[in-house]
Design a protein around this ligand. Sequence first.
Ligand SMILES: Nc1nc2c(c(=O)[nH]1)N[C@H]1C(S)=C(S)[C@@H](COP(=O)(O)OP(=O)(O)OC[C@H]3O[C@@H](n4cnc5c(=O)[nH]c(N)nc54)[C@H](O)[C@@H]3O)O[C@H]1N2
Ligand SMILES: Nc1nc2c(c(=O)[nH]1)N[C@H]1C(S)=C(S)[C@@H](COP(=O)(O)OP(=O)(O)OC[C@H]3O[C@@H](n4cnc5c(=O)[nH]c(N)nc54)[C@H](O)[C@@H]3O)O[C@H]1N2
Ligand SMILES: [Mo]
Length: 680
Amino acid sequence: MESTIVRGACPHDCPDTCALRITVQDGRAVKVQGDPDHPPTHGALCTKVSRYPERTYHPERVLQPLRRVGPKGSGRFEPVSWDAALGEIARRLAAIAARDPEAIVPYSYAGTMGLLQGESMAARFFHRLGASLLDRTICSSAGGDALVATYGGKVGMHLEHYADAKLILIWGSNSIASNLHFWTFAQQAKRAGAKLVCIDPRRTETAEKCHQHLALLPGTDGALALGLMHELIVNDWLDHDYIERHTVGWPALREKALAWSPERAAAVCGLTADEVRGLARDYATTRPAAIRLNYGMQRVHGGGNAARLIAILPCLTGAWRQRGGGLLLSASGWFKAFRNDAALQRPDLLAGRTPRTINMSTIGDDLLRESSPAFGPKIEALVVYNSNPVAVAPESRKVVAGFAREDLFTVVLEHFLTDTADHADIVLPATTQLEHLDVHTSYGHTWAMLNRPAVAPLGQAKPNTQIFRELAARMGFTEPCFADDDETLARMAFAAEVDFAALQAQGWVKLPLPEQPFAEGGFPTPTGRCQIDAPGLGVPDFVPNHESVQSSPELARRYPLAMISPPARHFLNSTFVNVKSLRDIEAEPIVEVHADDARPRGIADGQVVRVFNDRGEYRCKARISERARPGVVNGLGIWWRKLGLDGTNVNELTHQKLTDIGRAPAFYDCLVEIGAVAGP
Ligand SMILES: Nc1nc2c(c(=O)[nH]1)N[C@H]1C(S)=C(S)[C@@H](COP(=O)(O)OP(=O)(O)OC[C@H]3O[C@@H](n4cnc5c(=O)[nH]c(N)nc54)[C@H](O)[C@@H]3O)O[C@H]1N2
Ligand SMILES: Nc1nc2c(c(=O)[nH]1)N[C@H]1C(S)=C(S)[C@@H](COP(=O)(O)OP(=O)(O)OC[C@H]3O[C@@H](n4cnc5c(=O)[nH]c(N)nc54)[C@H](O)[C@@H]3O)O[C@H]1N2
Ligand SMILES: [Mo]
């Protein structure tokens, strides 16, 4: 049998953006492996993506357009032709647009991170239509905006430089689960004698493999950073020259930090004062010292301020001066200078209109709003692609009620009948990464990537780009940009420095970037300095959780447990939950509970429990485990509601209150109570 290897790129919302080698036999992808030649990937893939053929050829793939036949949310559909489906969508959208195009809302996130199958033809379509804009905040905008305020961009250390560090703080990141190819570099550093410290409320598989684990309470990272600053000041562990020349605003923050003794910080964080002191000493006196910050720490009310405080640390000690020193939260800003987003997305098609913006994180509330001068028109139509909001958006009860509105027209572009697709009026079959062309940036490394289609589209599936191209034609949009094919889009996605011929030949191109970007300051802020005092935000401070003993004592009496809901290792958000071999590993939706919290509630290991608060109730299995610290329970995400124990998931409990910076959800700032469920 003849077999060929096709070069691809992993499309998933993960910092690693691996280079793939896909083995194709007789037109069928039979194996997906990591490319050994791509430095970050070094031939290794996570378990999930190595199961790609299983997901792609899954018997439940949606391979033809479907039209709803049952009530909203029933998941009952009949197959229809592409012609009928596109015709109906164009008719419905045109009728709404004739009244007010802002009543139409696109809803998308990072189901694929590809620049083409993400926001290229889709953005053109919605811009031309004049639909509402979408604020894509659900994941990273608290920390992301914080980094932009502080450094001037989402920029930081090179991934490979972590191998040279002598101390790595792995802060708010379960790297083994969600940033595996960083972990490889951390392991290299460890073998060369580096100390690894994990800062995470949960005793994750990563925490277990670090030398030290600081299990702070969720949402207290800002207090810890201030406690560390206190120690840097009183022990004079500051790099005065770096602060003087490359930062602005330190005196005001210095004043605040002096009020955060290790005792005070420890009391807020649920740590000991010695743990705070020891961490400060390690951080100040070990060279090079690196921080791998990740988005897990910014899904709380004060997530933005905390990310700012932590990002300031390497500027106080001058850690940026050494290779192997500094911080990385996201590398995505490095691509900014090399991307042609305006060419791909064509905001000029708005032609002077300024539609309102809907925040994706409050879709539950917004779908239930009537027209008003403040809100604008009631949402009449939703077009969902690359996202599964019914499962992933906070406060499910409201999200589900919104999606169940009989007067809402919903179109979902999907691979599978997800919880969201079940609520569609029309489902359109989309291709997977193995079936379409795309180009990629990364938020964990600095290589631009190309994904070639390895196989022909399955069934009647089409790439998102093609679906929006055909919809545009149906709507009578005649601008020539709606005729651009995918290769044309791919060629215009990057600036000349990312040579398309090189991308085609090798599959990736390393961005031309300085080796040690901030060794001598040079932050991409207007002043070139790290903005400790940032325009419009001032100096950062500790911001407590929306829901905690301190900020909401009455609520905490009724719901005394803090719940975080980090990713399960073998799922990617809600993707892969329906892939049997992976679901078999995760087995069932679980909540991890410490024995000290389980005992007084009469909860036994493996028992079904109800986790509840005023917003809702979610049933899952309790796992009594040292992974949970006392007072904090871990409800691992993000199950498909319909594959859970009672048709719900953990987002039944989360709320729509936003973060201090970035308008993002505070998924990990959530009080609950747990009770045993009687009976079998
Ligand atoms: N396997 C797998 N990989 C993934 C994902 C997935 O779902 N599964 N998700 C992807 C996505 S969408 C993203 S955004 C990225 C990054 O995604 P993140 O969500 O950052 O992923 P993790 O690093 O797994 O999880 C964050 C860690 O933060 C911890 N944490 C929770 N609250 C706090 C807190 O208040 N302070 C601190 N210090 N830590 C806290 C959690 O216990 C968890 O271990 O990963 C991506 N990679
Ligand atoms: N409680 C709680 N909730 C969370 C989080 C948490 O930690 N806890 N994490 C949050 C985070 S960090 C994020 S990023 C969001 C993620 O939320 P989403 O971005 O919605 O991610 P997924 O759940 O993976 O859903 C992506 C969907 O896109 C589809 N898809 C993939 N590729 C394509 C394509 O090419 N075309 C089309 N049409 N569809 C495609 C997949 O089949 C999948 O159903 O969830 C958030 N929700
Ligand atoms: Mo995310």
